[in-house]
Unconditional design. Sequence first.
Length: 402
Amino acid sequence: MGRGEKLKMKKNIKLVLPEKTTAAVIASAIFFIAVIGIYSHRETIFSHSQISDEKEQPAFVKVEVVAADKTVRDSIVQNTSIDAVDRIKLLPRVTGRLEKLYVKKGDIVKKGQVLATLEHIQQDALIASTIAQAASAKADSERAKAEMMNAQANLERYERLVKEGFSTKQQYDSIKTEYASTKASYNASLAKERQASAELKRVNSSRGDYIMTAPFSGTVLDDYSMAEGAMISPSSPIMDIADLGRLKATLKIPEVKIFTVKPGMEVFIRFDALPSEEFIGRVTKIDPYVDPSTRTSSVEIEIDNGKKANGRLRPGMFGQASIIEKEYKNCIVVPESALHTDKNGYHVFIVNNGVARLKNVSAGIKQGSSVQILSGIESGDRVVIFGGNNINNGEKVFVETR
């Protein structure tokens, strides 16, 4: 091959290579432009895909089959705490050193039971001295009585002698004077005996100031960590005692409601510590006046802590009390979550054959987390209680029945 032919072949090769490179570049550019276009419109593409998927799959809801078998109460509801009807902080009447503490926190005590004593040695000595004085006074009065009775017998004898002429009037008057003197001495001794007896009662009573007893049967709520030997005074409580069988709660009733509350009315109470149980009390006291600062009257409620409560209620427990004004039975009630509002008022969704249907309803009394339905639905309707915010009238739904 000559030199000229080699040069021609090189020229042909240079002409072919640029054509293939250009095509590749153009193809790459088109691919990248397409990718960028898809990326920039990804949200629109995905949203259309999601809408399509959502339209294809029904919404998930929970339903509850309603029945006209509930009781609804129109109530005055207030938070409250309870305390014992009979409760006392036991304080000594005198200052003294604590000699003996016979009970402690949590113990059950009986009326009249000795709970604590203060040192009373001096008081015992005084009582012994007073007993001796009373005994001496009684002995004196007995002696004076004997002397008076003897003088009286002499007087009667001289009266007969005077009548029979065997004694003079002067002798009779002397005996009569002697009788009067012994009678006066006897009366004086009786007065001293009564005085000594009264003093003995007084010192015996004051000894009771050093011996503290239970004023009623109950439970020791607090012993204030008292230790034997501690010096206490009338301002130092020794223990807190309460009868836990009868408890009370106090409510503040608005002025506009005071005439709807009557003694003996039932009150339903739920406590935070026992949320699944309801206890019944009764109105026992109603204040005869309205507090001008709050425009309320105090109402006291008594609760039996025996039968149903089985002694579980304790002073200080917090709860919610409801005084029943009216009671409605055989009502349809739905959870508050099932009730929705729009420009036409309240509505719920019911499910028939897998399709949600909107029903306008009239709502009544709200009781806790439930609402009374006066009209719009019937017993046996399957009411949507969860998922109702994400559906429209006529949409298909996937149902879980509660």
